[in-house]
Design a protein around this ligand. Structure first.
Ligand code: GLU
Length: 421
């Protein structure tokens, strides 16, 4: 499961709209089109009761937001965290729209969340909460309308409960209603590793762009959940040195490099990376500021801000998390010559393999892991090249270029379809 490293201090929706306006301005998008694209299409708030194991009932608040569906069904994960807000879910839904467009997969954007503390709940309580939340949002989700997936603090087991609950309502199995499922019920090879694999593919391209060898490169990772821990393993296998990692409780640092698999075992046993033998302890924020070659924020939004952007000491920032860098921090990093691979490109491997999973479920025909990885690499490389060419053309950072590419695609689809009625 992912870890929430810190709650966002900035409003993520304001951030997302600010990024949108920057790209819309540069594209010369009409005010009419901006009016359509800057707001989510649907926002659902549900309050639902769940019986806890102590016999008491607790009412949870959940959200599902669809930002845009011009290019296909809405797609996006569900997160469980005490820090979830409607504005956060709205921002994440908008970012999903641009993410699917930038890698050219036929989806719109959505996101869901439940305000809860999954670490203080047992498995039975999590299952009851997930099933009730699924039936509350069943009016929105479906294999051709809106397809959830894992995000912060949700995993394949949670997706299995969602698939089962939705299928019980329908009266037959509907595996394509959700992605990131276990292999045994229609999940895809490579989905668990997909986000981190995509991050590695685009980081290879970024490293080539600045003539930096990956072998021996020092990597610092904020967040040791699915994205962060898998990235640590893959970058380690690539010959990089993982010098710092963190989770919600703190960070660890070792000049000579950490062994990612041993850190995972330590976290499983102790609940945190902190206390790892022969490593220095760091504050959560410090992992963002250690001297390194590649910084991978892999936790949550709003962690690189005006307050610390001057202190980032990396050559490449590869955003495995959604929205880790504020627009003000972006400007500082760009001025300092730090290459930021923006979230909607860097972490798009997750939703890309989700798309492969959905296609396999719909045709009931499954592919091998080689085919998945090859197809993912083609899409990630092609998308990186398209974004980099745009950035060169406009002399701008990769975020603005990626947003311009994505927003132009969504605007074109919206224009072609026209306004109903
Ligand atoms: N939660 C992931 C993301 O933010 C994956 C979404 C999906 O696979 O639909 O991109």
């Amino acid at each position: 499961m992912h870890d929430v490293v810190m709650a966002a201090q900035v409003n993520p929706y304001h951030m997302a709209v600010q990024q949108f306006e920057l790209a819309a301005e540069k594209l010369g998008l009409s005010e009419d089109m901006r009016e359509i694209l800057r707001r989510p299409k649907r926002e659902l708030i549900v309050n639902f009761p769940v019986r806890l194991d102590n016999g008491h009932i607790k009412t949870f608040i959940g959200y599902r937001v669809q930002h845009n569906v011009s290019r296909g069904p809405a797609k996006g994960g569900i997160r469980y965290s005490p820090a979830v807000t409607l504005d956060e879910v709205k921002a994440l839904a908008m970012w999903m729209t641009w993410k699917c467009a930038v890698v050219g997969i036929p989806y719109g954007g959505a996101k869901g969340g439940v305000i809860c503390d999954p670490k203080s709940m047992n498995t039975a309580e999590l299952e009851r909460m997930t099933r009730r939340y699924t039936s509350e949002i069943a009016i929105m989700i479906g294999p051709h309308s809106d397809i959830p997936a894992p995000d912060v603090n949700t995993n394949a087991q949670v997706m299995a409960w969602i698939m089962d609950t939705y299928s019980m309502h329908e009266g037959f199995s509907v595996p394509a209603v959700v992605t990131g499922k276990p292999l045994s019920i229609g999940g895809s090879e490579g989905r668990n590793e997909a986000t981190a694999t995509g991050v590695l593919f685009v980081t290879r391209q970024a490293a080539k762009r600045i003539d930096m060898p990956l072998r021996g490169a020092r990597v610092s990772i904020q967040g040791y959940g699915n994205a962060g821990a898998t990235a640590a393993r893959l970058f380690h296998n690539e010959g990089c040195k993982i010098i710092a990692v963190s989770d919600t409780r703190g960070g660890i640092y070792s000049e000579s490099g950490l062994d990612p698999a041993t850190v995972v075992r330590h976290k499983q046993e102790r609940g945190s990376v902190v206390g790892f033998p022969r490593a220095q302890t760091l504050h959560v924020q410090d992992v963002l500021e250690v001297p390194c070659d590649i910084l991978i924020p892999a936790a949550t939004e709003g962690v690189i801000t005006v307050a610390n952007a001057e202190k980032v000491q990396a050559r490449i920032v590869a955003e495995a998390a959604n929205g880790p860098t504020t627009p003000e921090a972006d400007a500082i990093l760009f001025k300092r010559g730090i290459l930021v691979i923006p979230d909607i490109l860097a972490n798009a491997g997750g939703v890309t393999v989700s798309y492969f999973e959905w296609v396999q479920d719909l045709q009931s025909f499954f592919w091998g892991v080689e085919e998945i990885t090859q197809r993912l690499e083609v899409i990630m490389n092609r998308s990186f090249t398209a974004v980099a060419e745009k950035a060169d053309h406009y002399h701008c950072d990769l975020r603005l270029a990626a947003n311009m590419l994505a927003i132009a695609r969504v605007a074109e689809a919206t224009q072609m379809r026209g306004i109903y009625p």
